[in-house]
Structure formats: C-alpha cells, structure tokens
Design a protein around this ligand. Sequence first.
Ligand code: FES
Length: 321
Amino acid sequence: MTSTMSNSLIDAIVTRREDQTDEIAVFELAAADGSPLPAFEAGAHIDVIVGPELIRQYSLCNAPGSAGYRLGILNDPGSRGGSRQIHASLEEGSRVQIGAPRNHFPLDMDATHSLLIGGGIGITPMIAMAYALKAAGKSFELHYCSRSESKAAFLVELERAFGERLTLHFDDAGEAARLDPPQLCRAAPPGTHLYVCGPGGFMDWVIEQARGAGLPDRQIHFEYFSAEVDVSGEAFEVYAQISDVTVQVGPNQSISMALKAAGVKVQMSCEEGVCGTCICDVLEGIPEHRDRFLTDDEKADNDQIALCCSRAKSARLVVDI
Ligand code: FES
C-alpha cells in the first residue's frame, strides 16, 4: 500500500484538550471549516502532521459515528519527538493538519465474543471498538492494563460506558489483578476473536499466550504502535525500476535511506515498520522482512517490502518505485 495521504489532508482545529494524567492528553478535533470529518470505523487511525518531516499515527478513540475525532496521546520520553511536540504545542484552538482515517485494525463483527486488550496508551483503539460492539449489541469484554490507576486515562468514562464488561489490571495492584490471557481464552466461547494493542513486548506476550491457549491466528488481531527495528545487516543492491536507479544499501543503512541519497523519494510515515506507508512491490529478489505491518502470509509471498526497515536475503532486489 502506498500513501495517498498528501491527497487527503484535512485542516483541523483542536476543540478541546484535557490532560487526564501526567503523561496522557486527550485531544478532540473538528474540521477547521466546520464541515463534517470523514466517517471512521473502530480500529482506524489518522496521520497527524506534526512537522514538515514528522508524521505520526494515532488511533481514534471515540465512538464511531460521533461528529469529531478524539485522540489519546502519551507524552512518551522514549519517542522520537512526535508526541512530545504535540503535547508542547497543541492547545484548544490550535490548527493541525491530519490525514483521513485509515483502518488496518478492523473488527470482525461476526465474532461470537470479542476480547479487547489494551496495554497503556494501547487502550485507545479498544475504546472505539468497545463502543462499536456495544452499539451493535455484541458480546465483548474490555481489559485495560496499566502500571497504576494514576497512569490510566479514560477511567471514569470507561466505567460508566462499559460497567462490568471492563476489567482493570494495574501492575501495582498485586497478582490477583494481573491479566491472564490463557485463562481469558479458555473461558471465552468458541469463535472468540482477540484484539490487542500496546507496547511491543506486551503485545508479543499476549499474542504468544493466546496462541498457546489454542486461539487460532485468524482470531488474533493486533496493531503495533511502534517497534524497535534493527535495520542493519549485510550490504545488498537495489534496483528501483520505475526510477531506473541502482543503489548499494550499506550494512547500517535502510533501503529508503539509500534511495533517498540517490534522489528517489520514498513516501514514509512511521519509519519503523508499523504503518505500511512505505510498502512497495518487489519484482525480483527475496526480501528479508523486518516490519510488523505485513501479515505472515503476505511476508511469505515475498512480493512486497517495507522500504523503511526491511532488507534482502538475495544479493539484489528489484523494487517497483
Ligand atoms: Fe511506516 Fe515504513 S514508513 S512501515
């Protein structure tokens, strides 16, 4: 998938900002010209144009069908600057450009039951999902894992909206409060789908535990917010067919960096293999996938590659750019 974001930027205005914890601010957005914003589905995210070279994705965390967009943004000291800058600069009345919603994390509305698991700020897409499932009269449970109550946003709202369907798991609340994915999977009816979002290590753990408990892969859904990708490896050659440019990709260089240095522009957003913006067709050669965007089946096809982070198993790749 290549980005069409530049064709669909929306001028938005911050209609409300609420700092719910020391680290999490909740922003409500509307179109600056007062027109309705494009509709969105649960699980969708938008690009926020933080700066000329700084685009970040955030999940929409309000009920699908509501008028505006709502984002919950963690001021993450470990981030590369996007969330910090948003926290520092966006206030009520601020203008910001955003992309139209995109959804790589859709709900399966045919599931008999849905287990929604959010870790930390990964609760945000789960909130939209819980609202959608509730509105459709579907069976679901929402699990919110956080280091402590004081670090958790949205609590009052979630308790009011979802009551007994909400379970809170605070790290400092002792063993009994811990999330137990195998137990949840075993207690759930056949045909249950599980959705998880949060820090990478947390997601890996939940996915592994759910698989271990026998939940089929097709019933496990996840979306990584960010990932620590190692882009280093052996050098190889890339031929960009449309541009008719050949580059050598060095051991500590990404394909996108090598192409950029040779004047071939690659549309990118997250630059860490989670958003899919830089995905490009592979015409020859075998990629070594490092991204967390393509599914295992898509990776096995070897006909697409994330240019921001993936490398090559073959000495040469031909890509369609
Ligand atoms: Fe996001 Fe490559 S830019 S996956």
